[in-house]
Design a protein around this ligand. Structure first.
Ligand code: LIP
Length: 263
């Protein structure tokens, strides 16, 4: 499957940042035993990855706008298009030497995400989607799972860092969902959780209190893989509310029902 010119630029940027992060990740694994820990080193690795992505994307499409986790928002000459970038999603995993983190790049056009790339360099899994062209992992087409029954299904989520504000609501979600499903997974990288819904590895995902750059690319992956995406609060947009639900078509409504009752 051949992607558009924009998609190729995004993939090139994601792979370039991925190579730089993999090099730094090897160093982080060694730093676990030091008393100071790898905190500053990881912040530098994160910023460097964003710099590489920005250089690549803005070099190829100088008129597009930009929003990145590390460098914030910049308007472009073309007000209809912008890049939405998380150079390192799953920073806490990276910091602890856990090989589960990703580069996430989305392209938005007139307020809608039209292309998305989520790259997991540690596993060399590149998930990508373009509006109307389906969702893919490396060379293979991916689809959401076909499970229909909650008790047979597993769901991914994120639990707020350091007891942040959304913790009580998340604990309520877990209390309602865990008795009626086959299990909940917490892997620590929202972009990959969404990619895994798209690939049918988990049947659904929800999280409260995340940022547009954590979810933009992954949302398109799920939709293009045949799944559904919505906000925890009905009628709102996930990227604007920061609370997202994604699942296959059969489980989306039952999952929403459980989570919205707790909201
Ligand atoms: C992280 C997410 C994770 C979530 C964290 C954080 P970061 O993104 O991917 O799932 O639970 O709160 O937002 O900060 O590593 O880019």
């Amino acid at each position: 499957m051949q992607g558009s010119a924009n998609l190729n630029v995004m993939i090139k940027a994601a792979r370039k940042a991925g190579r730089s992060l993999v090099k730094d990740f090897r160093e982080v694994e060694n730093l676990q035993v030091s008393s100071k820990g790898p905190g500053d080193f990881v912040s530098r690795a994160d910023r460097e990855a964003e710099r590489l992505i920005k250089e690549e994307l803005r070099g190829a499409r100088p008129a597009y706008g930009w929003i990145g986790e590390e460098t914030g928002e910049e308007a472009g000459e073309d007000p209809t298009r912008r890049w939405i970038v998380d150079p390192l999603d799953g920073t806490t995993n990276f910091l602890h030497g856990l090989p589960h983190w990703a580069v996430s790049i989305a392209l938005e056009h007139k307020g809608e995400v039209v292309a998305g790339v989520v790259y997991d360099p540690a596993k060399d899994e590149l998930f990508w989607a373009e509006k109307g062209a389906g969702a893919w992992m490396n060379e293979s087409r991916i689809r959401v799972s076909g499970r229909r029954v909650m008790i047979e299904s597993i769901f991914a989520t994120g639990i707020p860092f350091g007891g942040r504000g959304t913790l009580p609501a998340t604990l309520q979600d877990l209390a309602r969902l865990m008795p009626v499903c086959a299990g909940v997974r917490r892997w620590g990288a929202a972009a990959l959780d969404l990619a895994y819904v798209a690939a049918g590895r988990v049947d659904g995902y929800w999280e409260r209190g995340i940022q547009p750059w954590d979810m933009a690319a992954g949302m398109l992956l799920v939709k293009e893989a045949g799944g559904f995406v919505g906000a925890v609060r009905e009628g709102r947009e996930p990227m604007e509310s920061g609370a997202i639900i994604a699942a296959n078509g059969e489980l989306f409504d039952p999952l929403c029902k459980i989570l919205r009752e707790a909201a």
